[in-house]
Design a protein around this ligand. Structure first.
Ligand code: KIV
Length: 285
């Protein structure tokens, strides 16, 4: 049976009932189809597509146009799943106006259900402006890859009481601003659990332990496709890199050995045509 269209209410209700939200990134149409068929609650078209799809070293080079193209594909593949677009670096940093315009593009051009943006108190006016435009917003604090330069690299955040306090303040401020959900990245489970209990909006985790209202993983990590590095919080559920490489090796071997294509892969001439064709060849065509 096709899945009923998920809305922000579906996700918010899960916090009330205690059902954990299963959230995954997706960047393309087939992956989005698989995710919806599997029963995924939410998808994120993350700016991690910079690394996972385009081979960049980080997320900073990702553009709005790239995000929109991938959001469109994911929306087509998962029409009933709750899909968030990830606002790339410099799509919201310069001004509230630019943030609203770019957040609006995600909905207008790609038909996604809302946007996620990185940062706490310092992006509060952006969050409010996007919400005022009627767009669902997910905050994102902790390890925020777009500002990893300021954080001194891709490091877990809030591991001391002194560094946990500003995270908790950011989380409260984001809820107070009206955001509908919050993502915590690479935060200790004790701190994340406290935030999840304190907030009434769904608090999701990527590397923030089991006490949040749901989990996010990067699909390229989950399926064992991304090769450059594996963060501590990743669980690989299969190894498609190995499966695909082995399949390609087998294909190369078959081609070299003349085993591919076999008879069943050929479009033969229609009945009676082959014999006539052979006669014609004998006669010099
Ligand atoms: O781009 C992304 O996939 C993300 C996650 C790392 C949280 O923002």
């Amino acid at each position: 049976m096709p899945q009923k269209k998920h809305s922000i209410h579906t996700i918010q209700k899960m916090k009330t009932t205690g059902e954990k939200v299963a959230w995954l990134t997706a960047y393309d149409y087939p992956t989005a189809q698989f995710a919806e068929a599997a029963g995924m609650d939410m998808l994120l078209v993350g700016d991690s597509l910079g690394m996972c799809v385009y081979g960049y070293e980080g997320t900073v080079p990702v553009t709005m146009d790239q995000c929109i193209v991938h959001c469109e594909a994911v929306r087509r593949g998962a029409p009933n799943t709750f899909v968030l677009g990830d606002m790339p670096f410099m799509s919201y940093q310069a001004s509230d106006e630019e943030a609203v315009r770019n957040a609006g593009r995600f909905l207008k051009e790609a038909g996604v259900d809302g946007v996620k943006l990185e940062g706490g108190k310092r992006v509060l006016s952006r969050i409010k402006a996007i919400l005022d435009a009627g767009i669902v917003v997910c905050g994102h604090i902790g390890l925020t890859p777009q500002s990893s330069g300021q954080l001194g690299g891709h490091k877990a955040q809030g591991r001391t009481i002194d560094s946990a306090r500003p995270l908790i303040e950011d989380a409260l401020a984001i809820e107070e601003a009206g955001a509908q959900m919050l993502l915590l990245e690479a935060v200790p489970p004790e701190v994340a659990g406290f935030i999840a209990r304190k907030l009434s909006i769904p608090v999701l985790s990527i590397g923030a332990g089991p006490y949040c209202d749901g989990q996010l993983l990067i699909v390229s990590d989950l399926i064992g496709q991304f090769q450059a590095f594996t963060p501590k919080f990743v669980k690989k559920y299969c190894n498609v890199a190995e499966i695909i490489t082995n399949a390609m090796r087998a294909y190369i071997d078959d081609v070299k050995a003349g085993r591919f294509p076999a008879d069943e892969h050929c479009y033969h001439m229609l009945k009676g045509e082959k014999e006539k064709f052979e006669e014609l060849i004998k006669e010099g065509l």
